[in-house]
Design a protein around this ligand. Structure first.
Ligand SMILES: Nc1nc2c(c(=O)[nH]1)N[C@H]1C(S)=C(S)[C@@H](COP(=O)(O)O)O[C@H]1N2
Ligand SMILES: [Mo]
Length: 243
């Protein structure tokens, strides 16, 4: 199967997973598709979903697996070798971290669901990376710092967290997804993973973390989505919480 297909979320039990998906009535399509085909389908849909304000595309039969989102309508690429993560703003030591620098820091692996605010959820996804709080400690947050502004190297997407939210142990600067390097489609080489919040907080293609004196609203917040995007208690939704 492909690099972000169902089998990757099963922990080595693809058949059991398929049976469960079938019993949940998620549709034959999700079972029969090879993930290559499903991935291609997701890629074709990505630009459509990205501009779909109605959420209608989420009715298409791809439940239980990731859809690939990019608000710019393409997938920005940066190689592992050229990748840098900058930590800027109200910090004692501005940082420019390579992927090797990140991997040299204490790793954390979490297995948590991923839930998009449009309704789809992928269960038990393994994530690995560095705790955002460790990155912040390396830079040294100054007294006036209250929040973080995240920027993507797609050139458009931004996100935010308060410092309190960012320091949770289930918020990662992630370089592995499903126990493999985060693919380009999923926001690699490095993306954010904010376990307890809706997927839009998990900024893909992460290139800068700026420590700010107050929350700076991100791309989707400017378009009406909640800034404190707790799964199950924001955006008018009642999904099961994660974390
Ligand atoms: N840079 C960037 N990050 C992003 C997005 C995006 O369009 N661009 N979409 C967000 C939304 S709404 C979701 S649900 C997840 C989807 O992650 P995936 O594309 O790996 O499935 O990424 C989030 N991070
Ligand atoms: Mo989303």
């Amino acid at each position: 199967m492909g690099d972000d297909g169902m089998e990757d979320t099963t922990g080595g039990m693809p058949v059991g997973r398929r049976v469960v998906l079938g019993m949940l009535g998620l549709g034959a399509a999700g079972i029969v598709w090879g993930s290559k085909l499903a991935d291609a389908f997701s890629r074709i849909l990505a630009p459509v979903e990205a501009i779909d304000g109605t959420g209608l595309t989420s009715l298409l039969p791809a439940a239980g697996r990731f859809r690939i989102y990019s608000v710019v309508g393409f997938l920005p690429k940066r190689s592992a070798a050229e990748y840098r993560l900058r930590v800027t703003g109200l910090v004692d030591r501005p940082l420019e971290l390579t992927l090797a620098d990140l991997k040299a820091m204490a790793p954390t692996r979490l297995v948590r669901d991923f839930q998009c605010v449009t309704g789809w959820r992928v269960q038990d996804v393994p994530w690995k990376g560095v705790r955002l709080s460790d990155v912040l400690d390396a830079a040294g947050v100054q007294a006036g710092g209250r929040a973080l502004s995240f920027k993507s190297f797609d050139g458009v997407y931004t996100e935010s967290l308060t410092l309190g939210q960012a320091r949770r142990p289930d918020v990662l600067v992630a370089y592995e997804l499903q126990d493999k390097p985060v693919t380009v489609a999923h926001g690699g080489p490095v993306r954010l993973y904010v376990a307890p919040m809706y997927g839009y907080k998990s900024c893909k293609w992460l290139e800068e973390i700026e420590v700010t004196p107050a929350v700076v609203e991100g791309y989707w917040e400017e378009r009406g989505y909640d800034t404190d995007a707790w799964i199950g208690s924001s955006n008018g939704r009642s999904d099961d919480p994660v974390g």
